[in-house]
Design a protein around this ligand. Structure first.
Ligand code: ZN
Length: 88
C-alpha cells in the first residue's frame, strides 16, 4: 500500500476545502478529522487523492463506508450532502 501522506498535504487539502467539511460543508476549525474517501480497510490508499477533511460527526458516521454508500445512507437520513473537493 502506498503511504505518501505528509502534514503538508493535509494542510493543503484543508486550505483547498477552505476549512470546511467535505461532506456537510460546516466549518471544521481545528477540530477536524482526516477522512480516507476509500477506507483503508476496503483497500483505499493513504495518499492525497484519497483523503478529505471532515467534521468529526461526518467522519464517524461515514466510518468504513465507501463514499457512494455513505452518500446513499446520508440521502436516506435526509441530511444535506455537499462535496467541496475538486475532481470528485
Ligand atoms: Zn461534516
Amino acid at each position: 500500500m502506498q503511504n505518501h501522506l505528509t502534514n503538508r498535504d493535509i494542510r493543503d487539502i484543508y486550505s483547498l476545502q477552505s476549512g470546511m467539511c467535505a461532506y456537510c460543508g460546516d466549518k471544521v476549525g481545528l477540530n477536524y478529522h482526516v477522512d480516507h474517501i476509500d477506507p483503508i480497510k476496503l483497500g483505499g490508499a493513504n495518499t492525497v487523492d484519497n483523503i478529505a477533511i471532515a467534521c468529526p460527526a461526518c467522519n464517524m458516521s461515514k466510518g468504513s463506508k465507501k463514499l457512494l454508500h455513505f452518500f446513499a445512507w446520508k440521502n436516506q437520513t435526509g441530511e444535506r450532502v455537499t462535496v467541496l473537493r475538486n475532481g470528485y
